[in-house]
Write a protein that binds this ligand. Structure first.
Ligand code: SAH
Length: 224
């Protein structure tokens, strides 16, 4: 790997993650390892480690590094937990998750993105990520329950079907709000019910599907 990228990645971890309060050592270690520049389109290579999302084609984006780290930290995964990710996109977040989870189940609705992410992860010898082309708002019932569920697209409300696929003590991390701005929300499933916590404001591309936005109701171009 080019030393320039390694340097940039080290700086990203220090300036964007540690400086802003990302503290989970496993999250830091994983973000320090995954070569984000391989998941970024050639035209944006020079911005691979910069502090914002980048377009990945199909009107979609790879999330800002800080947001990826924050979501994963908020999931508070126990060692060897099984994770569901909705919105594979470039496959970057799945690659980070693969270093923390025993198995990552990732659902993507755009076949071209799912295919290129799968190919890239295979070329990196990532073996514990399984990608499904489907509407992820329905979760992945055959593999439920999950210790963590991470939704990488903006939902109009928390889909109950996803809460029901959480293991006891498990957490769902999801941006909830309008198409233009959302609140990062954590839903924890406890024996006695569910506990919901709001973390911060955020902006994601829309979650489109049966339990998300209807196709045509919102456009992801609006937020790019
Ligand atoms: N985690 C990604 C970023 C994802 S951007 C990364 O690391 O690059 C959000 C992704 O969610 C987009 O690729 C979009 O196509 C996908 N998406 C939107 N609605 C979806 C749905 N209902 N099911 C699965 N994927 C969905």
């Amino acid at each position: 790997m080019e030393p320039a990228f390694e340097d940039q990645r080290r700086r990203m971890v220090a300036d964007q993650l540690l400086a802003r309060g990302i503290r989970d050592p496993l999250v830091i270690r994983s973000m320090a390892r995954v070569p984000r520049h391989l998941f970024v389109p050639a035209g944006h290579l020079d911005k691979s480690y910069s502090d914002h999302p980048l377009p990945i084609g199909e009107g979609q984006t790879i999330s800002q590094p800080y947001m990826v780290a924050l979501m994963i930290q908020e999931m508070a995964l126990k060692p060897a937990g099984r994770v569901l990710e909705i919105g594979t996109g470039s496959g970057y977040e799945a690659a980070v998750l693969s270093l923390l989870a025993s198995k990552v189940y990732s659902v993507e609705r755009v076949p071209a993105l799912a295919d290129s992410a799968a190919k890239l992860l295979r070329s990196l010898s990532v073996k514990n990520v399984q990608i499904l082309i489907a509407d992820g708002t329905a979760g992945w019932p055959d593999e439920a329950p999950f210790q963590g569920i991470l939704v990488a697209a903006a939902a109009p409300r928390v889909p109950e079907v996803l809460v029901n696929q959480l293991a006891p003590g498990g957490r769902l991390v999801i941006p909830v709000g309008s198409a233009l701005s959302q609140t990062l929300t954590v839903v924890r499933r406890e024996a006695g019910g569910i506990e919901t916590r709001e973390i911060c404001g955020c902006v994601f591309v829309p979650l489109i599907g049966a339990h998300g936005w209807k196709e045509g109701e919102v456009s992801s171009e609006e937020v790019l």
